[in-house]
Design a protein. Structure first.
Length: 187
């Protein structure tokens, strides 16, 4: 068995978490907005390239979210995020985290907490990870059509958007539940 997946402890409740990262920054997306027919509303655009990374994980069955906004991406940032997810797992439970095969996910340099196992999703299959839909939701509701002042503003906006989502457990459930992953889960 892969060192990342370890083993599932017997007799412990299992939580299913999904994890991913998104780049948030100056090259921010533009989303549709309401406007009077026949008009073209102005939308801000930024030509700079500064960005931060929003590491996010959701446990749809519990309506919980664990996230970090960081100015860097790689093994060290993934380690911080795995530790954050670990703190959000119910005491006495074990989390199975489904994630893609980014290099910082698959490295042997990650030190997994005892309450976490990783399962890697198939390559080139983002549709299997509901956190991809979380990014769409955050951008559509709180992050698009914005010109950021700098890295601190980017990180503050990413944290604010994530915290707003974390306060909406029903939205997390709605976006994240996948029947194939939660059959038999406590809901």
């Amino acid at each position: 068995m892969n060192a990342h997946t370890g083993h599932l402890p017997k007799g412990k409740p299992i939580e299913i978490w999904f994890q991913d990262e998104a780049r948030i920054g100056h090259k921010n997306g533009i989303v549709r907005q309401w406007a009077r027919r026949g008009t073209r509303p102005r939308q801000p655009a930024d030509q700079r390239y500064e960005n931060a990374w929003l590491f996010g994980a959701i446990c749809p069955a519990r309506g919980k979210a664990a996230g970090l906004a960081l100015p860097f991406i790689g093994t060290a940032s993934m380690q911080l995020h795995i530790e954050e997810i670990s703190r959000c797992v119910v005491r006495g439970a074990h989390a199975v985290v489904l994630l893609d095969r980014a290099g910082w996910h698959t490295t042997d340099k990650l030190k997994l907490p005892r309450n976490i196992s990783l399962i890697f999703l198939p390559s080139r299959a983002p549709e299997l990870n509901p956190v991809e839909n979380v990014w769409q939701f955050l951008r559509a509701n709180w992050l698009s059509n914005t010109v950021f002042d700098g890295i601190d503003h980017i990180i503050d906006a990413a944290c604010s958007a994530w915290n707003k989502l974390a306060a909406l457990p029903d939205t997390i459930r709605s976006i994240g539940l996948r029947k194939w992953a939660h059959t038999g889960q406590y809901l």
